[in-house]
Design a binder for this molecule. Structure first.
Ligand code: GRF
Length: 197
């Protein structure tokens, strides 16, 4: 049984970069019976995700870090779109405390490594995979976690790992981790929103 169409759970995606995970989620939730993505938010006027939102016919609002200094600006946009949950997918800014308090346990982040290792300030994009490679660890993976006011320290909700092989390079690690993100993130978000995790 699905929810009435006007009762769908409304997820906003926040992204700062290319937005390939955002696009993967837009595809996955297109015509989903219970969940819809009515809004993309970016803090970066140059972000690739803006064109992706346009391609999928989803409104994209640019809210810069400066604008977030008055959190009521961003909160008003989320209220306008009646947003229930937020997914950070490559969103490179600290989420203001006001937003976290407005959406307790309803903001999730995807991190391209196995937290609590390889997280925190500066640990984004290629830096993460380079650090994993340099440390010589034998596995990496992805983490989906709740967002609180400290970078990458919210409650861990889901992890999956892959072995690092002697042939791996930072680039191959990155592309293998991306495959994990594409394969798992939408389904995990679906479960979280439908309260199955
Ligand atoms: C992804 O690797 C995600 O895990 C991380 O930032 C990257 C975003 O890539 N948080 P994209 O913008 O979704 O292509």
């Amino acid at each position: 049984m699905s929810l009435d169409s006007d009762k769908k759970i409304r997820l906003a995606i926040f992204a700062s970069g290319a937005g390939s995970n955002a696009e993967n989620c837009l595809r996955f939730f297109h015509q989903h019976p219970d969940i819809t993505i009515p809004l993309i938010v970016t803090n970066n006027p140059q972000a690739g995700v803006i064109a992706i939102a346009e391609k999928h016919g989803v409104p994209c609002r640019i809210i810069t870090n400066k604008q977030w200094q008055q959190p009521e600006n961003g909160l008003a946009v989320l209220a306008e779109f009646a947003i229930d949950f937020i997914l950070l997918a490559g969103y490179l800014a600290l989420v203001p405390g006001e937003l976290i308090r407005k959406y307790p346990h309803r903001i999730f982040n995807i991190h391209p490594a196995l937290l609590p290792d390889f997280g925190g300030k500066g640990m984004y994009g290629k830096n993460v995979h380079q650090a994993v490679f340099d440390k010589g660890v034998d596995e990496t993976g992805i983490t989906v976690h709740e967002v609180d006011e400290v970078y990458d320290e919210g409650r861990i909700l889901f992890q999956i790992s892959i072995d690092i092989t002697p042939n791996d390079t930072p680039e191959s690690i990155e592309s293998r981790v991306r495959e994990l993100e594409y394969a798992y993130l939408p389904g995990i978000v679906e479960k979280l929103l439908l309260n199955n995790i």
